[in-house]
Design a protein around this ligand. Sequence first.
Ligand code: SF4
Ligand code: SF4
Length: 682
Amino acid sequence: MLTTPERIAFVLLVLICGGLAFSGFRNIVRIVRRGAPADRSDNLAGRFVRALVDVGLQKTVFKARPWVSFFHAFIFFGFSFYLLVNINDILEAFIDGWSTIGGGPIASAFNLFSDLFSVLVLTGMVMLLLRRFVQKPKSLTFNSSVKLHSKVTSGGVRTDSLIVGVFILLHVGSRWLGTALHLAEKGHGDAWLPTASIASIPFRGLPTSTLELGIHTCWWMAMGLIVLFLPYFPRSKHLHLMVAPINLALAKRTPRGELTGVANATEPGAETLTDLPWTQLLDSYACIMCNRCQDACPAHASGTPLSPAALEINKRYYVNEHAAQVAGGGAVANLLDFAITQDAVWSCTSCYACVEVCPVGNEPMMDLIEMRRGMVFEGKMADEVAEVLRNLDEKGNSFGDSARKRARWSKKLDFKIPDARKESVEYLWFVGDFASFDPQSQEVSKAVANLLHEAGVSFGILYEGERSAGNDIRRVGEEGLFDALAQQNAELLEQCEFEKIFTTDPHTFNALKNEYGPYAGAGQFEVVHYSTLLVELLNSGRLPIKAELGGRGTYHDPCFLGRYNGGFDAPREVITASGVELVEMPRNRENSFCCGAGGGRIWMKDHDDVTERPSENRIREALALGDIDFFVVACPKDLTMYRDAVKTSGNEGKIEVVDIVDLLNRAMTGDRSSESNKEAAA
Ligand code: SF4
Ligand code: SF4
């Protein structure tokens, strides 16, 4: 189809643009390779097969924003098919007489798909451009205090989106129009090209020379444009097309709740971009700049300067701007200079929502933990964090109380809880700091103890022998202290005789279940959350319900039970067994919204920019359901967080924050008033 001069021009264009693109890709490989080590070499074939299936089904994309994902799917499937279309168009240009129009069944099927996918891609792209440039959703903006690369501030992401969008419209639109002109030249439509046939009608009857000129122009607009776009491709967000499947394939496959250890114990954490593991450098190239992670982030929602999206976007703009220097082994700036502020790093609750929702498998939370590790190692942390770490080091608990006071709450019981260090028990209860020392949570601990005692469960506690399990210490970035605490706990657990461990605290549950593996065989213990134990006891008839409570309740999934460990059903079963109608909040299960206490945030003061705490936001979400009696929790920290939030948001008396065990107790005794409220009043 192309003339000889056109063919020569196209080959030259491919060589020049391909060469420039190659240099861009080579820089990316060199930059990613400068990252710290991370082993993702296990089961490579399985990883890629799974990633391709997930991408093929658009599984990660449909986790959020269903309408946007729907139109994205048009573009994804259409563009995937366009790989074949482009090959066909090259053949058509270089092999005289090559044409699929009027061909056999395979050619006809190809025509039908190319025709329909062209329209779907154009529709999807127009809808996404309208969303970004006409609707302008707030989710694509950032809190004013979020640190942004100068090119992002000056509209770089919008410009990139526009370039990519216009490129797709021109590429696909020109190809589709070129097909219509081919049909016009033949003077009739083709049933296998339904939309192009309709588009061909106005052009039929035009002089052949005019149609030929149009066909050649459309070909160059479609294929020449792709080649011209090649050098820009490694710099653009369109790169996600190639990097996202690789990133998804090489994502962390160990349990979510198990943090990767430090790569270099003598200099832990990350100060500069290349201190991050290479997988986290790859993240910046995979990022599609959609801000979905920011939507899910409790820290950003509450008004702080933390945006996981901005972090990835800033990293990307930095490596684009300094590609040659970084790729060539030159100096790399401190992350605090261009990617994020120090107070933003400390605003993270380590809730995992950003990782869960990211369609391309990015892990912005891990960047923050790596940075915290570096800061803690150098003593750069808030005074209140430093004090808690000191308490943990000296007393083994975050409250700074004497270890002897750890089990003081149990003295008010009518029976003595067996000492699991001295006698064999079926269940070893690892109580955790909050459930041991916080006055409100102590009431829940007593209720759990009473209930298990009445059910005849053999259980014991470690008394002053227990230390903090270390979950949040690790997420603050203090690896050394976590290591010491885990070692002490593991050694003690080794000496005890029990069948299972249970705990009421999801943070403790996560650490024991996922992070104690390397310590003295502690990883062999089976650990359950108390909600699971309660369901077992309910099912075996050991917790008889006297009178169903009635009323409507909503349940908050704690991050470290739900999103991290998949513990969604047991707490809900306890609620419904109590006779309370369960009404779900819009953000539930994997999509739950963090209370704001995790990652050590419970020890820190609120950021000055906070407009609404995550816990207050959550109470608002619950109240919006209308006519809700109970806000049900299954985490000691949540009890405090949400009871405070009800007060500070001015909603006292409108909703009651209760633990699952409190509901169960009421249903078992037939007394509708709260045990913990009665204790508090006494
Ligand atoms: S882990 Fe949670 S708080 Fe931290 S950046 Fe991600 S979404 Fe935000
Ligand atoms: S990190 Fe993931 S969710 Fe966040 S902006 Fe980038 S692609 Fe979107």
